[in-house]
Design a protein around this ligand. Structure first.
Ligand code: BGC
Length: 910
């Protein structure tokens, strides 16, 4: 540390950290040319803000040592912007690495030390940068093999591809750009490149194909090298209108003498027979280890009997980098808890947890022995697995032994949703060590934390986490086990806020928004499932709303204005499409609506017109706000006026005698949620809702997925947080607590415990919206829409039911936000944290007391109804019936509220 740095450290403004480019730390393969940079500020003082920043970007790291931003020197920019700051230098070049650092000035004009150097590297920016072609093997059926179970199987000949090449000079660096459809595994000199699986992410391959970028410098060596690729079907299948598996790859090697060598996919590659006899997302994988070609992935292998590849047709979509979509990975290994042997030769494993992925098998035995692993969510009474909820998905992996000592196998091109595994055909007696579970999903970073004094709530939270991760498979899926696993937009939009509180979803949703945009038809409609592997147009309005809601959340939670700019015309086309379907502002079409209410799949007593028209209003209203944010004032006015008309029509058509439509819970919840109920009727509608919950349904909800998404928020908003809490902690049917009581380890598709086929997944996320309520209401962590991306934060916890404490935190794009409270008899301690460059309103519950005193770390900040100045970081306060509210800056605070009456809070008031 030099003297200057020391002085800066002492001034309290510290080194900025968490440098991100396009939401990713040191990414490779960025193909957004106005890349956006974000950083987190650090400061030892409370109440600190950024007043200015300077970014330096250089083409060589050494240049930054002398503060030479040869690519871009932003200069000192007076701005509070610390997230998504766009690059504004000259054109960024394909394949180039850029080095950057940042420093900030605090609100007092003190400058921080420079951050550590971060990098971002561009992908292949121009179509011409791709010099190779899409190559493929010869397809199925070139040779056959007989196996005892499947009889004669057509071997997918040509799903292995290889290429040898020499490197004769000293290497500076090497990059691979690769995509293989439907799935691929890349090896260099026998070693798998990277740790992701099931790549690339799903897209409509006719519109967009994702490629990955790898630094493979360490994989290569001077002399002979080999590249090997295994291909799988994934979703690139004829049933969805695609072709046969194919791959495109480009290896760029840069030498220390400044020259380059490219290895590309062309007709010089060879193709051979894969030991993977069959692979299918739903049905599983069959692997015959006898067909392994030892050494095929390394140089020197004799491939003279392999075939030439052929140059395949292009998939049609443009190649786009996968850089900011978190890849799918096996993030965890879990061991089975139990093994049972209900029938001869049938072994049933129980992992004690429903999850997504597969198992790794360890086995030794005679050559040709076939071990079957069948996956299921449920068990029959007799201890056998119940695979019926998998519907048409066979969900079976088969391994045929080569008979060479200990063999280890795990599938590559399939995945399953399961808790139980049935092993048959195992040579000898398997043990608990024979298999281990690989937990597989898009590896989004966990950012949330929630724990409370109520163990049922904690279990609900845990089930939501498992359910959410199980349903992130490069698109948000409905379920992971049956023959479906589609990007149903309804399920995704209803659970998105919960996902955002728990995981860093910025990159994941950015990619999915592109999928939605790709799927939009000429007439403005979007499909129910995205990517549209099933062509279901037009989406039910409760599903299609994802097209507006997901970009809106990206803006609100990550401050991402660009996603609004880029997709504005698409969202507008969607709203205009809906308008085209209306009559007198009522939208009647829609097949799904308030899906899966208790006892039913279809929303039996919530009319489709109610949900459809409500979402039409909802989307129009949000669109008008987006238009305002983007300064499109004519549109802002137009859609805001349109939304008023829809509201009027909605009330005219559905509101009668203080009740909406059929007067069920959902019909009353929806207009309450969006403030559509005439002011003088609010209490009456609310009363109907409460009566329905309390009297008619004995403190149970009676909502499908749409009503469930809003019910807790509505009750909280209208002073019924305790009732909302009752619903959340209800342990009798229907409710989340009931699921847990019945042994659920993820959330179900239905409120009922069902063990049959049809619509009966035990791992759906669409009721997962409850978890956002835990963060927003119990912990009270909320964004303030006035300053998106947690620029302004609202903390407003509700102290309900028997809760004694709640601890929650969210690692936001701006830094850590936390809220933890503990209550005693008549006092409460609330600890909160806010990142530098944010401001908060902290609402401190008065615990039902009229007169309270509030202290912060022992110093009085509120007494006799007024705010006492003098505490760093707190700039003002106010009071209403339920809360004392402070304006607070960044930092850590510990508030304690207690009654002025000694008897109320012994010891807390002297
Ligand atoms: C899916 C749902 C989806 C629904 C709508 C189901 O098959 O699993 O979650 O939203 O269909 O039709």
């Amino acid at each position: 540390m030099d003297f200057r740095e020391e002085k800066e450290e002492m001034s309290g403004v510290k080194v900025p950290t968490n440098l991100l480019c396009e939401y990713t730390s040191n990414p490779l393969g960025i193909d957004v040319t106005s890349s956006r940079l974000s950083w987190v500020l650090n400061h030892s003082e409370r109440g600190q803000l950024q007043s200015a920043y300077q970014v330096l970007i250089a083409q060589r790291q050494a240049n930054l040592d002398t503060e030479d931003g040869d690519k871009w020197d932003s200069g000192k920019v007076a701005s509070e912007k610390s997230i998504n700051v766009p690059y504004e230098g000259g054109p960024l070049e394909s394949g180039k690495t850029y080095y950057w650092k940042v420093r900030v000035w605090d609100k007092d004009g003190k400058v921080s030390p420079w951050s550590k150097v971060a990098t971002f590297e561009m992908g292949l920016l121009n179509p011409d940068d791709w010099r190779g072609g899409w190559i493929e093997g010869k397809g199925y059926g070139e040779s056959t093999c007989s196996d005892p179970v499947h009889g004669i199987t057509k071997i997918p000949y040509g799903y292995l591809l290889r290429k040898e090449f020499s490197i004769n000079k000293g290497m500076a660096r090497a990059r691979v750009y690769v995509s293989g459809l439907g799935y691929y595994e890349l090896r260099i000199n026998g070693d798998k490149v990277g740790d992701s699986v099931l790549d690339p992410g799903w897209t409509d391959y006719k519109k967009r194909v994702l490629y990955s970028t790898y630094d493979v410098t360490k994989h290569l060596r001077k002399g002979k090298n080999a590249i090997g690729i295994m291909l799988g079907n994934g979703r690139y299948i004829k049933a969805y209108g695609y072709g046969s598996p194919k791959v495109i790859l480009q290896l760029n090697v840069e030498f220390t003498d400044g020259t380059c060598q490219d290895i590309i996919t062309d007709e010089t590659w060879k193709t051979g027979q894969s030991p993977i006899l069959s692979n299918d997302i739903y049905n599983g994988e069959t692997y015959d280890a006898r067909l392994e070609r030892r050494g095929w992935g390394v140089a020197g292998y004799d491939d003279s009997d392999w075939d030439e590849v052929r140059i395949g047709d292009e998939p049609g979509g443009k190649l786009v980098s996968q850089a900011n979509l978190p890849p799918i990975k096996a993030t965890k290994i879990i061991q089975p808890l139990k093994i049972a042997n209900p029938q001869p030769d049938v072994y049933i494993y129980d992992f004690g947890q429903n999850f997504t992925g597969w198992v790794r098998l360890r086995v030794s035995g005679p050559r040709g022995t076939m071990v079957n692993l069948k996956y299921a969510e449920l068990l029959h009474e007799n201890g056998m697995i119940n695979p019926v909820p998998n519907r048409g998905a066979k969900a079976t992996d088969t391994y045929i032994l080569k008979g060479e000592g200990q063999e280890v196998y795990e599938p590559r091109f399939t995945y399953h949703g399961f808790r139980y595994v049935e092993a048959t055909g195992f040579p000898g007696t398997p043990t608990l060590e024979t298999i281990e579970g690989r937990v597989v999903h898009s590896a989004v970073e966990p950012v949330g934390g929630f724990i409370s004094s109520n163990s049922l709530i904690n279990s609900i939270h845990k089930n939501v986490l498992w359910g959410q991760l199980s349903n992130l498979m490069s698109v948000p899926t409905d379920c992971p086990q049956r023959d479906e696993r589609m990007g149903w937009m309804g399920d995704a939009q209803l659970s998105a806020e919960e996902a955002i509180y728990n995981f860093d979803m910025a990159g994941f949703y950015t990619k999915w928004v592109e999928d939605i945009s790709d799927s939009q038809a000429e007439d403005g409609s979007v499909p129910d499932v995205v990517p549209p592997y099933w062509s279901k147009y037009p989406a039910d309005p409760a599903w299609g709303t994802a097209w507006v809601v997901i970009p809106w959340y990206l803006y609100q939670y990550y401050g991402d204005k660009r996603v609004l700019e880029q997709n504005y015309s698409g969202m507008k086309k969607w709203v205009d499409f809906l308008t085209g379907q209306t009559r007198d502002h009522i939208l009647s079409y829609g097949e799904i609506g308030d899906w899966c209410p208790p006892g039913h799949i279809k929303p039996v007593d919530t009319p489709g017109e109610v949900t459809s028209t409500w979402y039409y209003y909802h989307d129009t209203l949000i669109l008008s706000k987006i238009a305002g944010i983007l300064e499109k004032s004519a549109d802002a006015k137009k859609y805001s006026q349109l939304s008023s008309k829809i509201k009027e029509a909605f009330n005219k058509k559905f509101f009668k005698d203080d009740r909406y439509a059929t007067d069920n819970q959902t019909c009353n919840i929806l207009p309450l949620f969006l403030g559509m109920v005439p002011e003088d009727k609010k209490q009456a509608v609310l009363k109907n809702l409460i009566d329905d919950i309390v009297v008619l349904h004995n403190n149970h909800l009676n909502t499908g997925i749409v009503g469930t998404r809003y019910i807790l928020n509505v009750l909280t908003k209208y002073g019924q947080a305790n009732l909302a809490y009752k619903l959340v902690t209800q342990t009798t049917y229907p409710g989340w607590g009931y699921m847990i009581r019945e042994g659920a380890t993820t959330l179900w598709e239905r409120w009922e415990y069902l063990a049959g086929g049809g619509m009966n997944s035990h791992n759906h996320i669409m009721f997962g919206s409850v978890d956002a309520w835990l963060y927003k209401v119990l912990a009270g962590i909320n964004i303030d829409p006035a300053s998106p991306g947690f620029g302004k934060i609202i903390i407003k916890p509700f102290i309900v039911g028997d809760l004694k404490y709640v601890n929650a935190s969210v690692k936001t794009i701006r830094g850590m936000v936390s809220s933890s409270w503990t209550r005693q008899d008549k006092s409460l301690v609330l600890d909160v944290t806010f990142p530098v460059n944010s401001q908060a309103k902290v609402h401190i519950p008065k615990m039902g007391l009229k007169k309270v005193i509030v202290k912060e770390r022992g110093k009085t900040v509120w007494e006799n109804g007024s705010y006492l100045q003098g505490i760093a970081g707190i700039t003002g306060g106010s009071e209403d019936e339920d809360y004392v509210t402070f304006n607070v800056g960044s930092g850590l605070y510990s508030f304690e509220v207690s009654g002025l009456d000694k008897h109320c809070s012994p010891g807390s008031y002297k």
